[in-house]
Design a protein around this ligand. Structure first.
Ligand SMILES: [Ca+2]
Ligand SMILES: [Ca+2]
Ligand SMILES: [Ca+2]
Ligand SMILES: [Ca+2]
Length: 442
């Protein structure tokens, strides 16, 4: 075996010494889709008729591989079996007829695996001319672009800046540059063109990026389902598709909005402390914490605010007694729980009605002998019978006396002090009856 191998080597090395004297270069092109048996051409350009071989043909690439295999086998002392297996592993694609000079295919070609074949032909006759033959495989568009993943998901904040980009899965196409991936398009789902695709070269391969191209707004649209297509340079182009799901993540870009800008409520002056007066409500277009609302009464210098409290659900209650016929403008603030939080306010006008029961306390001093509400029979008209002072004066308070027309109140220099005069025919009256003021007006 060793002797045979050495012989082979000698023959091949002899050949390569001849190849050094190449004088002619011939070039052919064969489409990669060529059928087995496809005639690529003749070495001399035309068919030659010969009984005996006219050429001695060598495929240098394959011979080099064989030499290397043999050397390797000898060095490692592999047996014959392994050597044969190595030779069988070499694939042959082209055949050269040594008589006619015809070059043809004997296997399916594939530009993506091998784009060039080198053949050396030496004319047996005449001057022993060496012809270096190159066969180029012509690329055809036999591969479609294909994304590494056919589905991809992104979560993008609605605050994403224009130009923010996200790398899409790599895309490959086995063809050469002419029929490789040339462009990307978004076929579906790009509402308002808020996204676009840009492409850049990475290691000679086109890499696509999803780019934010418009203002996102989760409250307008919270999901996009894009269908993205890679197109190669063929005519027509071959394509590969990618489904891209985008979830728009909420940002706190909406402040709470009250259902009304102004609320009004009226309550009785004698309403008990802690009573519900009115419920206010605000809504927030965001979601989660960005839409969770808390209410508070704005702290101002107005004493009105200290009379009321508001619950987490927006119910306003009293925290103290209310003056009859008073009006309170309470500023209510609704804040969300975003970071940072947003808030808005509304005015709640609370009118306190006049009371039928609660009257300012009166202090009566009888200026008659009995020191009580008993007048002597001989009391003369115009006599002062009592002094009435109002303990707590409200603005525009007026005292009216009901139940008798015989006594008339007369205001003194002090607005809260009245004198009661006998001003008509009188009958026995009890102080209680007389001074039960039902019509104090404020
Ligand atoms: Ca292609
Ligand atoms: Ca191809
Ligand atoms: Ca939002
Ligand atoms: Ca919000």
């Amino acid at each position: 075996m060793k002797i045979q191998t050495k012989k082979k080597m000698k023959i091949l090395l002899f050949f390569f010494s001849i190849i050094q004297a190449t004088v002619c270069l011939t070039r052919f092109t064969v489409p990669e889709s060529a059928q087995i048996g496809f005639r690529i051409g003749w070495i001399s350009g035309k068919q030659e008729e010969s009984v005996a071989p006219k050429y001695f043909v060598v495929f240098p690439d394959e011979q080099t591989s064989k030499i290397w295999s043999i050397l390797n086998l000898e060095k490692t002392k592999y047996g014959e079996k392994e050597e044969l297996l190595t030779f069988q592993g070499l694939e042959k694609f082209l055949k050269v007829d040594e008589r006619s000079g015809e070059i043809s295919t004997i296997a399916h070609l594939d530009y993506e695996k091998r784009s060039k074949f080198e053949i050396v032909a030496v004319r047996v006759e005449e001057s022993g001319e060496t012809i270096d033959i190159l066969v180029d495989v012509d690329d055809e568009n036999d591969n479609a672009p294909s994304f590494a993943d056919s589905n991809v998901k992104f979560e993008i904040s609605e605050f994403a800046q224009l130009g923010t980009s996200f790398a899409l899965p790599t895309v490959s196409d086995g063809d050469g540059p002419k029929f490789d991936v040339h462009r990307f398009v978004i076929l579906q789902g790009n509402v308002n063109n808020v996204f676009k695709i840009t492409a850049r070269k990475v290691n000679e391969q086109l890499q696509a990026d999803l780019v934010v191209n418009g203002q996102l707004d989760r409250e307008f649209r919270d999901k996009y389902e894009l269908l993205i297509e890679a197109q190669d340079g063929g005519k027509p182009a071959k394509t590969g598709q990618l489904r891209c799901s985008i979830e728009i993540v909420d940002a706190n870009d909406n402040a709470p909005v009250f259902t009304r800008s102004r609320y009004t409520a009226s309550v009785s002056a004698n309403v008990s402390i802690g009573s519900n007066i009115i419920t206010v409500q605000a809504t927030d277009a965001d979601i989660g914490e960005n839409s969770r609302i808390s209410y508070e009464i704005k702290k101002t210098s107005s004493p009105s605010n200290s009379n009321f409290a508001i619950s987490p659900s927006g119910v306003i209650t009293t925290t103290s007694g209310l003056l009859p016929a008073s009006t309170h403008d309470v500023i209510v603030v609704a804040s969300d729980h975003g970071n940072p939080p947003l808030s808005s306010s509304a005015v709640v006008t609370i009118s306190v009605m006049g009371s039928t029961l609660a009257s300012p306390p009166l202090d009566i001093i009888w200026l008659v002998e009995s020191n009580s509400a008993h007048l002597p029979e001989n009391t003369t008209l115009g006599s002062i019978v009592a002094r009435v002072s109002i303990a707590q004066m409200y603005r525009d308070t007026k005292l009216r006396l009901l139940g008798t027309s015989s006594l008339c109140p007369q205001q003194t220099d002090q607005s809260h002090v009245y004198l009661l005069l006998l001003c008509g025919i009188w009958l026995f009256l009890s102080g209680k009856t007389i001074f039960r003021d039902k019509k104090l007006e404020f």
